[in-house]
Design a protein around this ligand. Structure first.
Ligand code: DP6
Length: 328
């Protein structure tokens, strides 16, 4: 009989073009609206899960450091779902390595829980489909369900646990769309996404954002299918600003922007007026994601590096889905 069950998996973070903000069910992470994103192939998290026979608290080692507190508790709560599904009770050791800065609005939890879902399900020999893995990953972090399928991905909101999943609308090769990320702060944000989701419904702008999201999803999907950057720009920027307007008008309000955030947004608009194809979006943080066709990505990078307040610039094209690397 096997005494050690171990598997390693990798996943990329994703950048949402139509945002997930607010839940209908916080426990199950059933989102208020559908969302749509692109995986970021240049950034990744690699996670090894080892299940032991003995019962006890799980251990989390992140980039070589033993982590205690809420991050470990969240991993253990997630693994409890996997253990329940597999009928297994042993504790787990989770070792995760990532090149994604945590807590700065770069979807580190998306890659983390997508990789963890695949590694844990593989280690306990649960034969789950891509759809089932995305449903599982969603329980750890909503946006993680979108890091399970490859390329350009839509998360169907659903109204029950089994119906809220993500699927690929186009593979990564479909469109060489680049995300050039202007990092203006690497400080861990004071209020995380999970708390933000709970506050969303206190904003008077939440209902209208949610009601109009399906229309933006349809137009965004079409823009991606046609590789229509101009249409994508309009939809993506509208959606990001609407989400931040919801954040700013929640009670208590959430304000993620820094002065340099606005400098970048204004620069992007100026460059577009000059003829450069660029579009901005932001997650729950001050850093700005500048989308552009790959042909101008180096130019966008050069320009962003010169904007006052930009500390460093990352760049990525579309990436694949979460996948098992190894198991024993
Ligand atoms: C602004 O998926 O990080 O990035 O489910 O609480 O882990 P939890 O929230 P999370 O929220 C992501 C919010 C966002 C928009 C998006 O990625 O769609």
């Amino acid at each position: 009989m096997r005494t050690i069950r171990r598997a390693t998996a990798q996943a990329h973070p994703n950048i949402a073009f139509i945002k997930y903000w607010g839940n209908r069910d916080d426990q199950l992470r059933l989102p208020a609206n559908p969302s749509l994103s692109m995986n970021l192939g240049a950034l990744r998290t690699v996670t090894t899960v080892t299940f032991l026979e003995e019962e006890g608290p799980d251990a989390l080692i992140l980039n070589g450091i033993l982590v205690e507190g809420p991050a470990r508790d969240r991993v253990e709560a997630f693994l409890n779902h996997v253990r329940r599904m597999a009928g297994f009770r042993g504790r787990a050791v989770v070792e995760s390595n990532t090149d994604i800065p945590a807590g700065v609005g770069l979807a580190s939890s998306a890659a983390a829980f997508a990789a963890l879902a695949v590694a844990a399900a593989t280690a306990l020999e649960l034969a789950l489909s891509e759809r089932e893995l995305s449903i599982l990953a969603r329980l750890g972090s909503g946006s993680a369900c979108r890091s399970v399928p490859p390329g350009f991905v839509e998360w169907v909101a659903g109204d029950r646990h089994e119906d809220s999943y993500a699927y690929s609308i186009a593979p990564p090769e479909h469109w060489a769309l680049w995300d050039v990320i202007a990092i203006v702060s690497e400080q861990h944000k004071a209020v995380g996404s999970s708390e933000g989701h709970r506050r969303a419904a206190t904003s008077p702008l939440h209902t209208s954002r949610v009601a109009t999201a399906p229309d933006r999803i349809a137009r965004c999907r079409e823009a991606i299918q046609r590789r229509d950057f101009e249409s994508l720009t309009e939809i993506v920027e509208t959606d990001a600003i609407w989400m931040h307007a919801v954040m700013m008008t929640s009670r208590p309000p959430l304000f993620y922007w820094e002065p340099a955030t606005l400098m970048v947004l204004q620069a992007v608009r100026r460059w577009r007026d000059e003829g450069l194809p660029v579009a901005f979006t932001l997650d729950a943080g001050p850093n700005v994601h500048v989308l552009c066709p790959v042909e101008v990505a180096d130019e966008v990078m050069r320009r962003l590096q010169k904007v006052p307040g930009v500390q460093r610039v990352l760049s990525s094209g579309p990436g694949g889905g979460a996948r098992r690397i190894w198991n024993s």
